[in-house]
Ligand binder design. Structure first.
Ligand SMILES: O=C(O)CCC(=O)C(=O)O
Length: 298
């Protein structure tokens, strides 16, 4: 690979070793402020809603009078601000340093994790949801608020991206979450992604991660862009599709597309059968008997 655009050799080595890095204060203050203006707009949109929409996923405790957004879905597709940020070098330069010049969008989401009630995300590997022909796939998390130990930081098990894909099934269905005990892993070994607003985290698609409920008085909004090397193609049965070639190519963010998938020696489990109720990761995990953070108490 050519010389890095913005990451240091130490950061690249840390990503390779741990499957995870934090780069402090990467996004300019005015861009973060513009993201907050967009969030205010979506909060208004949630007022009066009684069910999830294709744009907004609601907290279980949401009511029409007390609107509570759990996730803004596909923010890049419904907001110029989130789309512009995704296409900027603030995001793409570090991604190119890690997975090369040809980068395709997989998906995006803004997990609000609001003060006092923001929902947990139980332990999982993103790879369990969408295995591909190779694992040059990552998620960039843009910290829209200061993140500390108390407001539900992303927690990652360092080095777990080099291990197996763990069993994410329960009761005969894909459950979207895994038992840490059955995997021989301990929450005590997790590293927390904590940094000031405007920082980014980058986590590898196979790394084991999750985050607790936000029990604090401070919001923890993180905007995630999931990005893939152009030659990573979803495997049939994965919760990802190509659609037509035109649709797949329209997801290219930089570099060249290809119709020649790179086949790597990667562990794969197919997330089938799908659970009876489909929806966001929160809805899928809610049906599962395996509980991680919820056992700590709401
Ligand atoms: O918001 C978080 O802390 C967890 C994000 C995550 O793992 C997910 O949404 O799949």
């Amino acid at each position: 690979m050519s010389s890095p655009e913005c990451l240091t050799a130490e950061e690249i080595a840390a990503y390779d070793r741990d499957g995870f890095i934090v780069v402090e204060k990467r996004i300019p203050d005015d861009v973060v402020a513009a993201c907050h203006d967009e969030i205010a707009r979506f909060r208004e949109e949630a007022r009066g809603l009684s069910a999830h929409t294709d744009r907004i996923d609601l907290e279980d405790s949401h009511t029409a009078d007390d609107p509570r957004i759990r996730r803004i879905k596909l923010p890049h597709a419904i907001s110029r601000v989130f789309d512009d940020l995704m296409r900027s070098d603030w995001i793409l330069a570090p991604v190119r340093d890690l997975i090369g010049p040809n980068v395709r969008l997989r998906s995006s989401k803004l997990n609000m994790k609001s003060a006092r009630y923001g929902a947990p995300v139980d332990w999982h590997q993103d790879w369990a949801f969408y295995p591909h022909t190779n694992d040059d796939i990552l998620a960039v998390g843009v910290f829209l608020d200061d993140v500390g130990p108390e407001n539900g930081p992303l927690m990652v098990i360092p080095g777990s991206h080099r291990g197996p894909v763990f069993d994410h099934h329960a009761d005969g269905y894909f459950a979207g979450t895994m038992s840490m005990a059955a995997a021989g892993l301990s929450e005590r070994d997790a590293v927390r992604a904590m940094a000031p607003r405007g920082s980014i985290s980058i986590h590898h698609v196979r790394v084991v991660h999750g985050s607790d409920r936000n029990r604090s008085a401070r919001d923890r909004g993180v905007l995630f862009y999931e990005l893939a090397a152009a030659d990573a193609f979803p495997i049939a049965g994965s919760m990802a599709t190509i659609g037509t070639l035109e649709e797949f190519d329209a997801l290219m963010l930089c570099g060249e597309s290809t119709i020649e998938p790179r086949l790597a020696d990667v562990p794969v489990r197919i997330p089938l059968p799908q659970p009876p109720t489909q929806g966001s990761i929160y809805e899928i995990q809610k049906q599962a008997r395996i509980k991680g953070f919820e056992t700590v108490g709401a």
